[in-house]
Design a protein around this ligand. Structure first.
Ligand code: SF4
Ligand code: SF4
Length: 103
């Protein structure tokens, strides 16, 4: 699922530059995430980078957008055609929070 940013966001902007997919932008009052660009950081690191830098823990999984690891990896691949991302079968735990949670 994509992440979303909750109301406690103070629009500090710290997460914007951390997103590997440039999915975060300044909304009218708080920062927002473009769901079609969020891969839950699958393909890049083992946690949601936006959440890890947020001082108020505003980013959270969007329960209304449940998506598989395979779909999220494919999204990362389509957003970064220039990068050689591993196949799902060989994706290391360091590149997917799904695998970190499983281990
Ligand atoms: S979870 Fe990762 S890909 Fe999604 S918005 Fe946050 S930093 Fe970007
Ligand atoms: S780091 Fe947190 S508080 Fe700052 S803009 Fe991002 S979601 Fe909002």
């Amino acid at each position: 699922m994509a992440y979303k940013i909750g109301d406690r966001c103070i629009a500090c902007g710290a997460c914007e530059s951390e997103c590997p997919n440039a999915a975060i932008f300044q909304g009218q009052e708080i920062c927002e995430i473009e769901p079609a660009r969020c891969s839950e950081c699958v393909g890049f690191c083992d946690e949601a980078a936006c959440l890890s830098v947020c001082p108020v823990e505003a980013p959270e999984p969007d329960g209304e957008r449940v998506e598989s690891e395979a779909l999220l990896l494919e999204r990362a691949r389509s957003l970064h055609p220039d990068r050689q991302l591993p196949e799902l079968e060989t994706l290391p735990a360091s590149l997917s929070r799904f695998r970190k949670e499983r281990n």
